[in-house]
Design a protein around this ligand. Structure first.
Ligand SMILES: [Zn+2]
Length: 227
């Protein structure tokens, strides 16, 4: 398999894998290097400072090969895995419009409470409201605001499920169309892969769109020896 170049940026060649592969030890991106005519990827810290990171070297063609294996399995289990997940999320989504309405209501309640707080403060400054009564009322207001903010945050995370659902549907469609081959489908890779964590020289964990995470073993004969 040939190395896939994306183009050149300020003299550095950008590859499809350039911004994808990460080291679980230091979180740095992997860097490509060529030895004896073969392309490898390893932690950028490792190339700079050999002792710091564990040796996590992966042969470039094996990244593509492992990706293909992962996709092959995911496509084979598409209905059990993806479609049932989509169904569950769609069931949850039916409550989303109520969420939006509630968030709007919470915003109004918070605004009303803030206005009330201002009135209470004015009454206190002008001497109408005693200090004890004033602090009781303001703390009551601030507690209510805190509760509302917590509820608002919860409702917002439920909305984030929507983005996830859209991505999972897109992933499902892409896989439905996909015909597995031994070639590396760069376009599909870019559409569905967010990052790859190189667990060690034998395993890659793929982070896909829709929050899906799948770990796949690198074929034994294609693994790099650990230093
Ligand atoms: Zn590292």
């Amino acid at each position: 398999m040939i190395a896939i170049k994306k183009g050149t940026k300020r003299g550095n060649t950008v590859y499809t894998l350039s911004k994808t592969m990460r080291c679980p030890d230091c979180g740095r991106l992997f860097r490509r290097h060529v030895a004896n005519g073969k392309a490898y990827w390893c932690c950028s810290l490792l190339t700079a400072n050999a002792s710091k990171c564990k040796s996590r070297r992966v042969r470039e063609p094996m990244v593509y090969d492992t990706f293909n294996m992962m996709i092959y399995k995911l496509k084979a289990n598409r209905q059990d895995l993806l479609e049932s997940l989509i169904q569950r999320l769609e069931y949850l989504q039916s409550r989303t419009s109520e969420n939006i309405e509630r968030i709007r209501q919470i915003d109004k309640e918070i605004a009303d409470l803030s206005a009330k707080n201002l009135v209470v403060t004015r009454l206190h400054t002008s001497g109408v409201l005693g200090t004890a009564e004033y602090s009781m009322q303001t703390s009551e207001i601030s507690n209510k605001i805190t509760e509302l903010r917590i509820e608002r945050r919860k409702k917002l995370t439920e909305d984030e499920n929507d983005v996830m659902l859209d991505e999972l549907k897109r992933l499902n469609e892409i896989l439905k169309e996909y015909e597995p081959t031994s070639d590396f489908d760069e376009e599909m890779f870019e559409q569905i892969i967010e990052s790859i964590i190189v667990d060690d020289t034998s395993r890659l964990t793929f982070h896909l769109i829709g929050g899906l995470t799948l770990t796949e073993e690198i074929k034994e004969k294609g693994r790099c020896r650990t230093a």
